[in-house]
Ligand binder design. Structure first.
Ligand code: ZN
Length: 495
């Protein structure tokens, strides 16, 4: 691939960038296009390192993203129900038949009879018949499935199972009471084939690609072998476009898939049930012995101080990290600096929850919230993340929040912690295994993970908007282009 006329590393002079075998192979001006080479015209725009979201929960995000609200207030009648489900299919659900994939499950939640009375499989077939559909009742105890789903579940063969409702002729009508575990087990047998009880990742992965995201770190604490294998399979199927660093518990195995790598040992702390000192030391020491760094969830000052003290006692391993560091009192800063551990923060929470913080947290502590500038000033490596789905998954929104520090109602929160746009961008451009370290460079020999904007940095820095992302390239391959749906082998422009 040849990317022409782009700004690299903030330089105003435009260069061409060639990617070969997943790496940046040449940078110059001008470079001659090789016959058959994919061409992407930058027309003076900024070419950035692909973004890395250092703390996200992919499966939870996908479950949320893939769910259609099927009850009030979003949906009030049968017509709106059909509209909502069909709109979701159009928005992101892939249709069947593509490179042997099974169609993705469509998942509805929060249904109530006030919308369209009792539902059964045949009524659902009238709305969606080309893919499996399951809708959960608001009570949580009932799922209603369409006929494609009933077939995947082998429902007709299980008509006598307690909880399977049948019509007057004895045929299962698609209404399943308290059978969540059974449904999961039925589908797990078929997980290899495609549709499964796990949420499909493709729509959410494409969304992240549209933001310029080429890698994420999944920080879900109970990630184990099952989750890792699910990511590996999704990557092999082409459903997962990003590199994923997977944190998890002790059972998380190594991965031999280049796209999916095992990451740190995640340690959850809860101020009300903090582990005793020796237990915590043992957890840290064991992870280090096994060659893994630790990533410790620290929201409160007590959690932070305990963690820092324990890390000081066992010795920090390169890569050890504090997740969130939501409140860092000034008096803890010297300890943080001394221990030398890195911090993965979520400035987006200021933009999303800032007004709640202003109410719930004492004014004297407002300056301690999601610190950014003071951590950088103290030389503490700082990386950024969205914590989606608990925060908005758009990293550009998080960058804006880091620059603006304004709450939903427009109040300023932690003005002294503001970053400039370059610092905000850098939160998302350090390497997966070096959060808060130097930004990855666009240089010959570097992995070609890139994000092409539609304008120069001098203009983009004033907006920090994901709308400005024109194309996203991971390991030298286009994974997103704003104006083209079909990106395989595409020549974007002629020169
Ligand atoms: Zn999280």
């Amino acid at each position: 691939m040849l990317i022409t006329d782009v700004q690299v590393a903030g330089q105003r002079a435009l260069v061409d960038v060639r990617c070969t075998h997943g790496l940046v192979s040449e940078i110059g001006s001008p470079l001659q296009r090789v016959q058959g080479e994919q061409l992407l015209c930058g027309v003076g725009a900024a070419l950035l390192p692909g973004l890395h979201d250092h703390h996200i929960h992919l499966l939870a995000l996908a479950a949320l993203y893939n769910s259609v609200q099927c009850g009030p207030p979003d949906v009030a009648n049968a017509e709106q129900l059909a509209q909502a489900l069909r709109a979701h299919v159009r928005k992101g659900g892939r249709t069947g038949g593509q490179s042997g994939h099974q169609p993705e499950w469509l998942r509805g939640v929060a249904y109530h009879e006030s919308v369209a009375g009792p539902l059964d499989r045949w009524r659902l077939d009238e709305i969606v018949s080309d893919r499996p559909l399951k809708i959960q009742h608001r009570s949580g105890k009932l799922w209603i499935v369409n006929s494609v789903a009933a077939e995947l579940l082998a429902l007709d063969e299980n008509a006598n199972l307690a909880g399977v409702e049948s019509d007057s002729r004895g045929r299962p009508n698609g209404r399943l009471f308290r059978l969540d575990g059974w449904m999961r087990a039925q589908l797990a047998q078929d997980a290899q084939a495609g549709p499964s009880a796990m949420p499909a990742l493709s729509a959410v992965s494409r969304r992240l690609a549209s933001y310029g995201v080429t890698g994420v770190t999944d920080t879900t604490p109970d990630n184990g072998e099952f989750a890792l294998q699910y990511f590996v399979r999704a990557a092999a199927a082409g459903d997962l476009l990003q590199d994923v660093r997977v944190m998890g518990d002790d059972t998380l195995p190594q991965s031999d898939c280049m796209q999916i790598q095992r990451g740190e040992r995640k340690v959850m702390l809860d101020e009300n049930t903090l582990p005793d000192w020796d237990t915590l030391l043992a957890i840290f020491a064991r992870a280090h012995r096994e060659g893994r760094a630790v990533a410790v969830h620290c929201v409160t000052p007590a959690e932070l101080v305990l963690t820092l003290s324990a890390l000081r006692a066992v010795g920090v391993r390169r890569g050890d990290r504090i997740e969130h560091a939501s409140l860092v009192p000034a008096e803890v800063m010297p300890l943080l600096r001394e221990v030398g551990v890195r911090v993965v923060t979520q400035p987006g929470f200021i933009r999303e929850r800032g007004d709640q913080y202003l109410q719930a947290i004492a004014a004297s502590e407002h300056g301690d919230l999601y610190r950014c500038h003071s951590l950088l000033h103290e030389g503490i490596p700082l990386a950024g993340s969205t914590d989606a789905p608990y925060g908005d998954c758009d990293p550009w929104a998080a960058m804006r929040a880091a620059v603006q520090r304004s709450t939903p109602s427009g109040m300023l929160l932690g003005e002294a912690e503001r970053l400039n746009p370059e610092q905000a961008l850098a939160l998302f451009t350090s390497a997966a295994d070096d959060p808060g370290g130097d930004s990855r460079e666009i240089a010959v020999g570097a992995t070609a993970d890139l994000c092409l904007l539609d304008r120069g940095w001098e203009s983009a820095r004033l907006r920090l908007r994901s709308d400005d992302v024109m194309a996203t390239i991971r390991r030298g391959e286009l994974i997103y282009h704003r104006e083209r749906q079909d990106i395989a082998g595409l020549v974007i422009c002629e020169r």
